[in-house]
Design a protein around this ligand. Structure first.
Ligand SMILES: C[S@@+](CC[C@H](N)C(=O)[O-])C[C@H]1O[C@@H](n2cnc3c(N)ncnc32)[C@H](O)[C@@H]1O
Length: 216
């Protein structure tokens, strides 16, 4: 049967039917209702990500921490002009000392960001991209709000809330995740994309960490 590439985000990316289905199809708001004031990656992975942020995010700029929580992993010594947070849990976002303001929005229900065109100097999505069911629609919105030449850093490890990760993520390994995120960024119109292996996996010792950076 012919698939509708406009209405079906998986078909538009050439992915199999059901690629963006989750094992837990309940409302995401229910899952994220209890605050989780925990670290989702280990100290080594966080340090590697912070080091990348130090190089890529412009000091003094306006940052957007999309799909955030109580930590943003930013270099503590660097001041930014304004840091806008987004997430699913008010208690987590209120506890994040780096955020100047924040908003709550289920991006699987509404991928449109309530931000002006070309108003942000850099954006981050940390250990969360696997939960998006319309990733290209969201990343197109990020491209819209970024100023020309600005970066989006998408980082991920090998851990996740399994029942909330989309099927295509669950089917792939770390290399596959990087290729998938690059595919998302290409389809969202990011002309320059670079992948960085930030930390290697060592059993019971260290979490792997990868970042894919796209520039508009
Ligand atoms: C594992 S946490 C990562 C939080 C934070 N970025 C960090 O580094 O600790 C996953 C986050 O994804 C976001 N998220 C999950 N599902 C979402 C949805 N449907 N819409 C918007 N954000 C969502 C929430 O902000 C949630 O805290």
């Amino acid at each position: 049967m012919e698939r509708d590439h406009k209405a079906d985000p998986a078909a538009a990316l050439g992915l199999p039917p059901g690629a963006f289905e989750k094992l837990d199809a309940e409302d995401d708001a229910l899952f994220y209702e209890p605050p989780r004031l925990v670290c989702h990656i280990d100290d080594g992975a966080i340090a590697a990500l912070t080091a990348l942020y130090r190089k890529v995010l412009p000091p003094g700029g306006v940052l957007l921490d999309l799909m955030s929580s109580w930590v943003s992993h930013l270099p503590p010594e660097i001041g930014y002009g304004q840091i806008v947070g987004h997430g699913m849990n008010a208690t987590e976002l209120a506890a994040n000392p780096r955020l100047d303001r924040w908003f709550i929005q289920d991006l699987n229900r509404d991928p449109n960001l309530p931000l002006d065109d070309a108003s942000v100097d850099a954006a981050m999505i940390c250990v969360s991209i696997q939960y998006l069911q319309q990733p290209v629609a969201v990343l197109r919105e990020v491209a819209r709000v970024l100023r020309p030449g600005a970066p989006l850093v998408i980082s991920f490890s090998n851990r996740c809330f399994w029942t909330k990760a989309v099927a295509i993520w669950r089917a792939l390994d770390v290399e596959g995740h990087a290729r998938l995120v690059e595919l998302y960024l290409r389809h969202a119109g990011f002309p320059r994309i670079e992948s960085h292996r930030l930390a290697e996996w060592v059993e019971d010792t260290s979490d792997p960490m990868t970042a894919v950076v796209g520039w508009v």
